[in-house]
Design a protein around this ligand. Structure first.
Ligand SMILES: *[C@@H]1O[C@H](CO)[C@@H](O)[C@H](O)[C@H]1NC(C)=O
Ligand SMILES: *[C@@H]1O[C@H](CO)[C@@H](O)[C@H](O)[C@H]1NC(C)=O
Ligand SMILES: *[C@@H]1O[C@H](CO)[C@@H](O)[C@H](O)[C@H]1NC(C)=O
Ligand SMILES: *[C@@H]1O[C@H](CO)[C@@H](O)[C@H](O)[C@H]1NC(C)=O
Ligand SMILES: *[C@@H]1O[C@H](CO)[C@@H](O)[C@H](O)[C@H]1NC(C)=O
Ligand SMILES: *[C@@H]1O[C@H](CO)[C@@H](O)[C@H](O)[C@H]1NC(C)=O
Ligand SMILES: *[C@@H]1O[C@H](CO)[C@@H](O)[C@H](O)[C@H]1NC(C)=O
Length: 687
């Protein structure tokens, strides 16, 4: 029980008034998104802040993708007065709040400008995306650079801390501190947690959180770990920390203070935040570890290298951001580039690049993708399908890295079905095989594997995947040929619909899968087979209404369906569906648009941004304009706070209003948003 202390209660009220956000306008550019990525590099390093919390950044906490709080704070002192800039939910007395004036994002940076007394600070949260540089991409760290802009000559100190919320547990935690030359490194480790296990929010319970920095701009660095209030108080009072490193305590933090002295110049200090797991993935009983461990086996070396790499990574990010921006603009204007820039970190932050833990052999590089929030499956084939347009233009090598473990597993004795597997494990990071009672999507995944293999081959010019797994690919093509035109009752990737027979969109996948196999193997009879499926589905009205104006969800059964599986027809130039089908859907979808967009089918009130984006690429004219505009309006509507949800309500529905997101969050499937851009060509981002 706590004693009520009226004096501190009064002080708390006073502090609350001081820390209320001012009404001064904040400039959000390009838009205020549902959530800003802060440190988004892996399924377990995934820190965000809701767009609507930015106005109160000083007291708003970062959140793990699932929405649980992460303690991560920044406070700056200007001429002895402490200003909380970020994440201080309970300000200590005597501190003030910085005022946010600007918030921006690019594909790799989220940046906030905060006024604190006479000085202006920027907090630049930078998660590199370097998909062709596996070392840089695999480092499980993210940068926070705090810059004080040039100004009056004042004395400036910058403080930041974090706690055990980053390791997903609230007891049995240990802290350690080490140095490498001038770099200070805190590690926070949960004890006795079983390897490969997660808490209920999806946080890794093994491995450790890392916070590191080094002195910059001629300043000096001090450190401390201990109870949050006392560590923060010593910074507030003195501008430095005691250097004492206490044992872990429940309300404790590990903190750094940079003393920049009296300066009128611009000075920047950079922190590295991370989450490392030595054994990162269990692939069929064999531990995999991060690719970077081939070069930096030790965590302190790895994070020290990450800080060394800052200027190169930063330079690359400028080029990368410009490419996303210009690709978006040249494909469909600035609304489209706003969507692409917001999508990229979420895609690459759902993927890890690994090597075998035992051999550290970079010749056996693999990639694993987590079906974040929808069920946690690992290397779900249809999640890779949703994501593939971004790989196709930007990093086609990922298709091989992701498919290889799937094909290796499904070609082994551990998997005996004649059709392609749905995923290689129910729970990331356990890639230990498809469970007996797992989801089966026979037509869906057999078509997807063929399409993804061809996307890789077309984009890279490499035939290795198709050659190595030739017999499996042939088996899937046979399966589609035999079973694809009249699919039995089964799931498609739109599994919320349940097991339906004769699903038009599945038959379309079979048609495209067959034709793609024909292109992959130079066997015209498969192309002909795909074309004859397409003729039956569209021209003979098997999968359309009687007048041939729209696709239906099932043969002869309404409602209409937002068929998107012919997207690869256009992307690969297969010419399987007639132009008439494309024209008809372009004319039809605008007529069934609801308040906030086109739903997935005519019987439901929600839509999926992935499939809206595929369809935006298959239609032209006003239908395309509408789909992109609705997607932009959804992201910019200010109603949501979850990391980009790829499913949302397009009409008011019970407790939801049109434009509200619908349960999914932070899924790496957003590569689908690049479908339109990918029509511009494969592997075009050579930088
Ligand atoms: C992965 O497998 C291990 C060992 O069976 C288990 O302890 C752990 O909970 C599993 N992880 C998940 C996320 O289910
Ligand atoms: C400030 O520094 C002085 C001298 O090192 C120390 O005695 C004092 O405890 C510090 N104040 C706080 C609040 O840590
Ligand atoms: C992973 O590699 C480290 C370093 O060689 C080793 O200590 C550890 O036992 C390995 N883990 C497994 C599961 O092989
Ligand atoms: C699938 O459609 C065909 C053609 O309309 C029909 O003959 C068959 O009965 C349908 N299958 C199922 C399971 O409904
Ligand atoms: C295509 O031709 C090959 C070689 O003649 C044959 O093995 C295969 O079964 C044919 N496939 C189809 C779908 O007709
Ligand atoms: C499809 O639409 C385009 C553009 O309006 C038109 O030029 C073309 O003739 C149409 N094709 C068919 C088959 O209707
Ligand atoms: C961009 O999206 C907004 C909705 O966020 C919409 O109002 C505007 O018309 C769109 N601009 C274009 C050129 O489509």
């Amino acid at each position: 029980m706590r004693w009520f202390n009226p004096q501190s209660a009064l002080a708390a009220v006073y502090v609350m008034i001081l820390s209320l956000p001012t009404s001064e306008a904040i400039t959000y550019s390009p838009i205020k998104p549902p959530s800003y990525p802060l440190a988004v590099r892996s399924p377990y390093l995934s820190a965000w802040i809701p767009g609507n919390s930015v106005a109160s950044l000083s007291s708003s906490r970062a959140q793990f993708w699932a929405g649980n709080d992460l303690i991560w704070s920044v406070t700056a002192r200007v001429d002895g007065v402490a200003y909380n800039l970020f994440g201080v939910k309970v300000p200590l007395s005597g501190t003030k709040s910085g005022t946010v004036t600007e918030a921006t994002y690019t594909s790799t940076h989220s940046t906030f400008t905060v006024q604190a007394g006479s000085r202006t600070f920027t907090l630049d949260f930078f998660s590199p995306i370097s998909p062709k540089n596996y070392l840089r991409q695999s480092l499980p760290f993210s940068y926070l650079t705090v810059t004080v802009a040039a100004g009056d000559s004042s004395s400036v100190q910058i403080y930041s801390d974090l706690d055990h919320s980053w390791v997903g547990q609230a007891s049995d935690v240990s802290w350690s501190y080490s140095t490498k030359t001038t770099t200070g490194v805190f590690q926070i480790q949960g004890a006795d947690a079983s390897t490969y296990s997660e808490n209920s929010n999806g946080q890794a319970l093994w491995g450790s959180a890392v916070y590191a920095t080094r002195p910059a701009g001629g300043g000096s660095l001090s450190t401390a770990s201990g109870p949050s209030a006392s560590v923060r108080q010593s910074f507030i009072s003195n501008g430095t920390l005691s250097g004492t490193h206490a044992e872990w305590t429940a309300n404790g933090v590990v903190g750094f203070a940079h003393d920049l002295g009296t300066t009128a110049k611009e000075v920047a200090v950079t922190f590295a935040v991370g989450h490392v797991r030595e054994e990162s993935i269990n692939f069929l009983g064999e531990a995999q570890t991060g690719y970077y461990r081939a070069t930096y086996a030790d965590t302190v070396d790895a994070v020290s290298h990450f800080l060394d790499d800052y200027s190169d990574a930063s330079e690359e990010s400028v080029t990368f951001d410009a490419l996303v921006q210009s690709t978006g603009i040249s494909s469909y204007g600035s609304n489209y580039s706003d969507i692409l820039a917001l999508s990229t970190r979420q895609v690459y932050g759902g993927i890890e690049i690994t090597i075998p833990n035992e051999s550290l052999d970079t010749g056996t590089t693999r990639a694993f993708i987590k079906e974040i929030s929808s069920d946690g499956n690992i290397n779900t084939v249809d999640v890779i399908f949703a994501t593939f347009p971004i790989f196709y233009i930007l990093s086609p090598g990922y298709l091989k890295l992701l498919l290889d473990p799937i094909l290796q597993y499904s070609g082994s004795d551990g998997y005996t079905k004649e059709y392609a597997v749905h995923e290689i494990g129910a729970s990331y990071p356990n890639a230990t095989g498809h469970p007996e009672d797992g989801e089966e999507m026979p037509i869906e995944e057999s078509g997807n594997i063929i399409i993804l293999t061809y996307a890789y081959q077309l984009a890279t010019g490499k035939t290795d995947l198709a050659t190595t797994y030739a017999s499996q690919l042939s088996q899937y093509a046979q399966y589609l040929y035999k079973n694809g035109l009249y699919p039995t009752a089964q799931l498609s990737l739109n599994d919320a619909l349940g097991e339906l027979a004769n699903q038009t969109n599945l038959a379309v996948k079979a048609a495209i899968g067959l034709a793609t196999y024909g292109a992959l193997t130079n066997q015209a009879n498969y192309t002909t087979a795909g074309k004859s499926f397409a003729e039956k589905i569209w021209s003979d009205h098997l999968g359309t209404d009687a007048a041939g104006t729209r696709f239906l969800i099932q043969y002869g059964i309404t409602p209409w369906f937002l068929v998107y599986n012919h997207y690869p027809d256009l992307l690969f130039g297969l010419d399987i569906f007639p132009e008439e089908a494309y024209n008809a859907t372009a004319a039809f979808y605008p007529t069934v648009r609801q308040k906030a967009g086109v739903p997935l089918d005519g019987a439901i009130g929600w839509g999926q941004t992935n499939w809206q984006s595929f369809v935006a690429a298959t239609v032209t004219g006003s239908a395309r304009e509408l789909l992109i505009k609705d997607l932009h309006a959804y992201v910019a509507n200010g109603l949501n706070s979850a990391p980009f949800s790829d499913r949302y309500w397009v009409q008011d529905s019970g407790q939801y209003v049109a434009g509200d997101s619908y349960s999914f969050r932070a899924r790496p499937t957003l590569g689908s948003h690049f479908a339109l851009a990918a029509l511009g060509g494969a592997n075009t981002w050579d930088y």
